[in-house]
Structures are given as structure tokens and as C-alpha cells.
Design a binder for this molecule. Sequence first.
Ligand SMILES: CC(C)(COP(=O)(O)OP(=O)(O)OC[C@H]1O[C@@H](n2cnc3c(N)ncnc32)[C@H](O)[C@@H]1OP(=O)(O)O)[C@@H](O)C(=O)NCCC(=O)NCCS
Length: 137
Amino acid sequence: MEYRENSLNYEDYCALRKSVDWLLFADVQMQRAVDNSLYTITAVEDDRTVGMGRMIGDGMYFLIADIVVCPEFQKRGIGTNIINMLLKYVEDNTPAGGRSSIQLIAEKGKEPFYEKLGFKLIPHEFCGSGMRKVIRK
Ligand SMILES: CC(C)(COP(=O)(O)OP(=O)(O)OC[C@H]1O[C@@H](n2cnc3c(N)ncnc32)[C@H](O)[C@@H]1OP(=O)(O)O)[C@@H](O)C(=O)NCCC(=O)NCCS
């Protein structure tokens, strides 16, 4: 398995979302999202992109999005490797004396996958609930 930095493209993005039955966004949004990612990782086997992850952010706050491993490649440690590479990116880009907050929304039931990688469920003693609002047009 080869892991590539910043080579996610629109076609692979759509194919991977479809492979796990995730809804797509408008084409123009997906193209823009891929282009505007801060950092991406793709997992490639025999020229086929079988996994991806994206980091979005502004240098202090980071959002992990679109962590997908296509079904026939799951449970082989690929998702873990992708997250660890995304975390290393933030670690490398956090200055001495600084701190970074990495956030994500887990799919229902996928919390244990992220907990193993050091993420804490919220709410907890210091944070209230995560919240979101979706705008549809
Ligand atoms: C979630 C996902 C990215 C995990 O990728 P993966 O390559 O299968 O995960 P790994 O093989 O690295 O598994 C790492 C650990 O997480 C656990 N894990 C993986 N999938 C899990 C799940 N669905 N529920 C609970 N734990 C899970 C594994 O058991 C493993 O634990 P272990 O090391 O103790 O055995 C993958 O299943 C996926 O793409 N799912 C569909 C899309 C999705 O839900 N993405 C996450 C969005 S929040």
C-alpha cells in the first residue's frame, strides 16, 4: 500500500464516497472542497485509490473530513494510517509554545475507531456538545 500526500482528485473523491454509500454534494462543491483541502492523504494499491482523508483548517483549528476506506480494504489498518498521517501534519505545523485543536464528527458507531487514535468524546468536563447546522438549497 502506498500513501500519497496532496494527490486526492475529484474522481477518486466521488468514487470513495460512493463506495461507502455516502451522499454526494453538488459537483462544484466537491471540486472546490478537494482543491481547498489543506492536506490530503490517499491510500493507493495497484494504481487504485482505496482510501482517503482530508484536513481542513486555518493553522489553529483543524477539521478532519472524509475519512473513507473502501469496504473490501477495511480492517487492515489503512484508516489508522491515514489518521496518523493527518495528525502528523498538524503536529509538524504547530509551532513551539502553540496548540492546535483537531475536530471531527464521527459517524454513528465509529466513535471507537477515533477513540483508539486519541480523540475524546464531547461533551466532557471541559467542552459542551459539538453542534452543526446544515443549509440545503
Ligand atoms: C471507519 C473506517 C475509516 C475505518 O478504517 P479501517 O481501515 O477499516 O480501520 P482500521 O483497520 O485502521 O481499524 C483501526 C481500529 O478501529 C477499529 N474499527 C474500525 N472500524 C470500526 C467500526 N466501524 N466500529 C468500531 N471500531 C472500528 C478496528 O477494529 C481497529 O481496532 P483494532 O486495531 O483494535 O483492531 C472505515 O471503516 C470506513 O471507511 N468506513 C466507512 C466510512 C466511515 O464511516 N468513515 C468514518 C467517518 S466518521
